[in-house]
Design a binder for this molecule. Sequence first.
Ligand SMILES: [Zn+2]
Length: 306
Amino acid sequence: MKFVALIKYRIMSRLLTLLFVTLIGLTNLFGQSDSSQVTKKYQAKPKSVYPFGKEAFLKDEKTTIRWLGNAGFLINSRGTRVMIDPMLKEFDMPVLFDAPVATSDIPELDAVLITHSDNDHYSIPTCKDLSKVTKAFHSTIYVDSLMQNEGWNSFGHAISDEFIVGNINIKITPADHQWQNAYPGFAKRFFKKEDCAGFFMTTVDGTIWATGDSKLMPEHLNLPDPDVILFDISDSEWHFTIKGALQLAERYPDALLICSHWGTVDAPDFTPFNGDPEIIKAQIKNPERLIVLLPGEPFILNQSKK
Ligand SMILES: [Zn+2]
């Protein structure tokens, strides 16, 4: 989310808060409410960080998933190492924890996959460092054009395209996240639906779907059943919302849901960043499949152990 849009959100949020406080004040004035009901702003965040280093990039006989914070993930599938939307440094808003791995400790990557151009996904400072160690970048055609300008080895893909990285087959899934068009004058260009995407990854040990930021689309409910969804829990109109996240979870009842896009950016009043796994957990069917990883904590994908 770019800063100008954020300011707009914040102004709206403050106005609504002011209105709410005024209403509470008026209610109290007329003796119909209890002044002890003032709520403190709360933002869910991970309890700690699980730092890792070069060992996470070694080849072994399994597929390991690590959450990197926000929507970032590292997948090491039997030696094929892919990062999705890594935001490991220099974000333009305060963050709640240090990244579990420094870019200088990343020895080599087979690919960096970027879902869209928002800077909490396409982190230029992070990608600049990773351009020295990754074999390639993959994204949408628009984001590829930005990367080409940086001089990186990048590839742009249309929705439904498929490509292979090492032993992982990757299919591009659609997304609907053109929030820029709702703020006339904000962007110099009109954003197209296909500027944003998700990645459906098939590994030897199971399938993993990185949804990208998106409103819930009918297409999202017609995919092959994923073993794992990197599960966006933001209650924002430009994301799934809680209702949509629950709908998605219900559609894929056997999928493990690894929480994403929460607890990273310090923004308790900004819905794209202030998601709370507990809210989802309280409403979901078979909540034991909702997985709340610490940043950096390894999760081993094993289809037979679901
Ligand atoms: Zn985002």
